[in-house]
Design a protein around this ligand. Structure first.
Ligand code: ZN
Length: 242
């Protein structure tokens, strides 16, 4: 099975200067989206709500933080509406956005970090779900490893939970990007990592949380649970090492 990060796509949606920006806006406004399939939307919204309920129960989504999405088709994704309690999501708490992160068929406001979700769908055509959480372990690890810019995982059996990894004798680098409230800066940092040709399965944002993705919701949840465990192990090693 091909690994998701092996085939990142060039991001053709990044505006380059004013001319590019104007062209981009015209494309968005004139684009006809694939229609939203209500059955598919309901299915995806339920999968998001189910995952969110479990992750909230783990304590990984404090104070309405975190956001979750699933691809609907090449043009559209279902994503959590901003500010909702992630432990109590229903279909009404999920909305549709296009791949620029703009709302489609709704006045609702998507999560503030929607651009980071749609970026993954644009860059990785095999990615169909994105999970972003703010657990204590993720937050502390991001601060501890921010100076290195990366958490290097090696020698852990659970690295095999990440799609394409078959042995503990592998190296799994999770970059740590500086936090900012200006989403285009974060998008640019992620693009730069992907464009450098380095594999990307997940990333941390300093003092903030983690993003990871997969082919479907079960694979994405497996990635998130494995990474939470592995980051916890790295923190314990530092705590316990003389
Ligand atoms: Zn966040």
């Amino acid at each position: 099975m091909a690994r998701i990060p092996d085939s990142p796509q060039p991001d053709t949606h990044q505006p380059h200067g004013i001319v590019g920006l104007v062209l981009d806006v015209q494309i968005v406004m004139s684009k006809d989206h694939n229609p939203i399939d209500p059955i598919l939307f309901a299915e995806r919204a339920d999968a998001i709500a189910d995952a969110a309920r479990d992750l909230a129960a783990f304590g990984w989504t404090p104070a309405t933080s975190s956001n979750f999405s699933m691809r609907l088709n090449d043009d559209l994704a279902a994503i959590t509406i901003s500010g909702r309690d992630k432990g109590r999501l229903g279909r009404d708490d999920i909305m549709t956005v296009d791949m620029e992160g703009l709302p489609v068929g709704t006045e609702a406001r998507p999560s503030a970090e929607t651009a980071l979700h749609t970026q993954i769908y644009r860059r990785y055509p095999n990615a169909n779900a994105v999970l972003h959480t703010h657990s204590r372990t993720q937050s502390v690890a991001s601060r501890l490893f921010a100076e290195n810019g990366v958490v290097r995982l090696e020698g852990w059996e659970l690295q095999k939970a990440i799609a394409g990894y078959t042995t503990h004798e592998s190296v799994l680098d999770i970059p740590v990007f500086p936090n900012t409230q200006h989403m285009p800066e974060l998008v640019a940092q992620v693009d730069a990592w992907i464009d450098s040709g380095k594999p990307l399965y997940a990333y941390l944002i300093n003092g903030h949380g983690i993003y990871t993705w997969g082919r479907d919701m079960p694979e994405t949840r497996r990635h998130l649970e494995a990474l939470e465990f592995l980051l916890g192990c790295e923190l314990d090693l530092r705590r316990l090492s003389p």
